[in-house]
Ligand binder design. Structure first.
Ligand code: AMP
Ligand code: GLY
Length: 423
């Protein structure tokens, strides 16, 4: 089979690596890809939002299957456009990707179908939002409706801060058109867990759980990032939590989307918070998590192409997902200054240390090949992942492997997976 993967981050590298393990994968392309992906796939210089070019490329190369990794092209309708051209694509259509593309939509869906989530109100008008805040309990959470690179969420401790936040989102349009509408919701406390799933429109199969570390610095200090590291499975995702979510959240979400005439095929990422009142949905994403994919996919025993095709063809009920009975930890090596501003173009050395090391992976995020060298090309540069028999062992291995590579102005968190000691 000829496979095209759309995206350029660590998640797409992990997807490409999973596809490459399939004996059915003859040739893998990635648009636009990065230097690491380029070692297992042929990278093509087409951006993820260049729908016409992607479609033309897939037709020209007779691509058998396209896997869309990123949220923007999914929400923008790439799957619809490629399907209209007769191509086979894995990912939700535009009318289903709205599950991630509009937080107001997803909150209304959860309310209508009694799926547990934080109490909330949606607003189109900043004056109404400001008036509502006068009676709201603090802290309060403000969310821009649309996609905002994971940055459109503000947790406000005081009324003043919250008012300022409404102005930032709806009037100053800090997150652009994503802030034309907003959700104001109740602040919840508890542990967060990421659960990824494969969905074929009707059937949902859950992958092994994970947890992300979103803040830039140790001890959950500093700004929110795309994710500084992950571990899988989460010891806090107990059988009891799993049973609750199966009963009240997973199938309920898939059924709700089908009932709304928006059948979801692809990956649903459930961002859950384990509150005192039970698990609640923080957010949905319509794709694999980054860097969740980097710890979940290396542990999946199934042939990735078999699972993806079962989703497309509506045969997921005949498939069982199987994960290795071990653990994985991913430590992100970032450029100093990320997530605000950082320099690019520093040479990365030591990558060869990962060659043929069973259970160790160096997933590339922001990298590029330049004159025979590989240089940094983004804020998150590498995701160093290691497996272990236990989470503790995986963490020790991942931090050891993080020392194998170097680039100038590199930083990482030193406490990825530390919470597992409390479990
Ligand atoms: P989201 O993009 O909706 O996942 O929000 C980003 C992060 O903000 C989440 O991972 C949580 O850490 C935090 N967050 C979002 N909603 C809430 C909430 N209702 N209560 C507390 N924290 C929240
Ligand atoms: N790691 C969180 C996300 O992919 O949105």
């Amino acid at each position: 089979m000829k496979v095209l993967i759309v995206g350029s981050g660590g998640r797409e590298h992990a997807i490409a690596a999973a596809v490459a393990r399939s004996p059915r994968a003859d040739q893998i392309y990635c648009a636009p890809g990065n230097a690491g992906i380029g070692q297992i796939a042929e990278c093509v210089p087409i951006g993820a939002m260049e729908f016409d070019k992607l479609t033309a490329f897939a037709k020209e190369k007779a691509i058998d299957l396209t896997i869309v990794g990123m949220d923007d092209p999914l929400v923008g309708g790439l799957v619809d456009e490629m399907e209209a051209a007769g191509l086979r694509v894995f990912g939700p259509r535009k009318n289903a990707a709205i599950l991630e593309g509009s937080k107001a939509f997803s909150k209304d869906l959860m309310k209508k179908y009694h799926i547990p989530t934080a109490a909330y109100e949606n607003f189109d008008d900043p004056q109404e939002a400001l008036a509502y805040l006068e009676t709201a309990k603090m802290p309060v959470v403000l969310k821009a409706d649309g996609l905002a690179l994971g940055k459109g969420v503000l947790i406000c401790q005081t009324l003043e801060e919250a008012k300022e936040g409404v102005r930032t989102i709806m009037e100053d349009k800090k997150f652009g058109a994503a802030g034309n509408r907003m959700v104001i919701e109740e602040f919840m406390t508890g542990r967060e867990v990421s659960v990824l799933s494969f969905v074929d429109g009707r059937t949902i199969k859950i992958m092994s759980s994970a947890q992300d570390h979103k803040r830039a610095l140790d001890g959950d200090q500093g700004l929110n990032t795309g994710g500084m590291g992950t571990f899988s499975p989460s010891p806090f995702y107990t059988d009891e939590v799993d049973a609750f979510c199966r009963k009240h959240i997973y199938q309920a979400t898939v059924d709700a989307m089908a009932a709304e005439g928006r059948p979801f095929k692809g990956v649903i990422f459930f961002g859950l918070m384990l509150t005192e009142d039970g698990p609640k949905v923080l957010e949905y994403n319509a794709r694999f998590g980054d860097p969740e994919a980097q710890v979940v996919l290396p542990r999946m025993k199934n042939d990735m192409l078999d699972v993806v095709e079962a989703c497309i063809d509506g045969r997921l009920d005949q498939m069982e997902l199987v994960f290795e009975d071990n653990a994985a930890v991913c430590v992100v090596l970032a450029s100093e200054g990320y997530p605000v501003s950082y320099e690019k173009g520093f040479e990365i050395t030591g990558l060869e240390n990962f060659a043929d090391k069973e259970g160790y992976y160096c997933f590339h995020a922001g990298t590029k090949a330049e004159g025979g060298r590989i240089v940094t090309n983004g804020g998150r540069v590498l995701g160093v992942t290691a497996k272990g028999a236990t989470l503790q062992e995986a963490r020790t291995n991942a931090y050891a492997a993080a020392e194998w590579v170097h680039f100038d102005h590199q930083y990482m968190r030193h406490d990825i997976g530390k919470a597992i000691d409390e479990a």
